[in-house]
Design a protein around this ligand. Structure first.
Ligand code: 7PJ
Length: 268
């Protein structure tokens, strides 16, 4: 899964590119690089960044969704707003990726009658303040319990199990220790919930914590994290650097078994 940010800070405004043109050329590059899913996001959820109003989020993402809908790759929308989910589903996106786990009032109603895939992510607290004091008794057990509850809520509303994937939400209300406890327990999350898992660790502070590197030098560390997750059966890896991650996963797969992550996961 390639990250396509459509935020004003995600492109350099000095030249002739508009945000839309920049996003489309970025998407084109990701497709050339072998992306499988394009995850479009109009709101930066980095800690401390204020929320984006609904109108502004729609203005950012909808033109990109309509421009990319025939690009041949599945589109995902990274949003927690039910209104954005509805608009994106009218535009026939393939997946709704909700960092809030479909907890907003109306979120489940917005997605239940569609056929789109649904990613339920765990987050403790709110994006603005979540990194101030993450606190758990047993982080793995608590994330599993949360995801189980949200899967139950979606299924009770009539969503089929096959539409759902889970995500421990690396960096969302978690210390470095919490993040690595979760990463080391990827297999256990997948087995316990019996659902495909999405892992998003690309360039995050958990990578910086081990490598000591700033944001723009976290590629190698992020590849290490991607392989650690894939080796435990993660089915979707959400990344900025598509070309490098595709290469790393392909070489790793060839060396492990040669027949794909899914096969490795099922056979081990
Ligand atoms: C994630 C996400 C993640 C899912 C972001 C960033 C922050 N969606 N959206 N999982 N992270 N499902 O990319 O640094 O980890 S935004």
């Amino acid at each position: 899964m390639g990250i396509l940010n459509v935020t004003p800070d995600s492109f350099s405004d000095g030249g002739s590119y508009s945000a839309l043109e920049f996003a489309l050329s970025h998407a084109e590059q990701m497709i050339a690089d072998g992306v499988d899913i394009i995850d479009i996001g109009g709101e930066s959820t980095r800690p401390g960044i204020p929320p984006v109003p609904l109108d502004e989020e729609l203005r950012r993402v909808m033109p990109v969704i309509y421009a990319l809908r025939d690009c041949g790759k599945p589109l995902s929308i990274d949003t927690y707003k039910p209104e954005v989910m509805r608009e994106a589903l009218i535009a026939e996106v393939d997946m709704i990726n909700d960092i809030n786990g479909f907890r907003a009032p109306g979120a489940i109603d917005a997605v239940r009658d569609s056929a789109a895939g649904l990613c339920i992510m765990h987050m403790q607290g709110e994006p603005q303040t979540m990194q101030q004091q993450p606190s758990y008794g047993d982080v793995v057990a608590e994330v599993i319990a949360f995801l189980q509850e949200r899967v139950g809520a979606l299924e009770a509303a009539g969503v089929r199990h096959e539409r759902i994937c889970i995500d421990p939400g690396f960096g969302f209300g978690k210390s470095v220790g919490h993040n690595y406890d979760l990463l080391r327990n990827t297999r256990s999350l997948i087995d316990t919930l019996d659902l495909p898992l999405l892992a998003g660790m690309s360039r995050k502070s958990m990578i910086g914590a081990i490598t000591g590197k700033p944001l723009d030098q976290r590629l190698a560390g992020s590849l290490g994290a991607a392989l650690a997750a894939a080796a435990q059966g993660a089915m979707i890896i959400r990344v900025h650097d598509v070309a490098e991650t595709v290469d790393a996963l392909n070489v790793w797969q060839a060396g492990m078994a040669g027949d794909g992550v899914k096969t490795i996961y099922k056979n081990t």
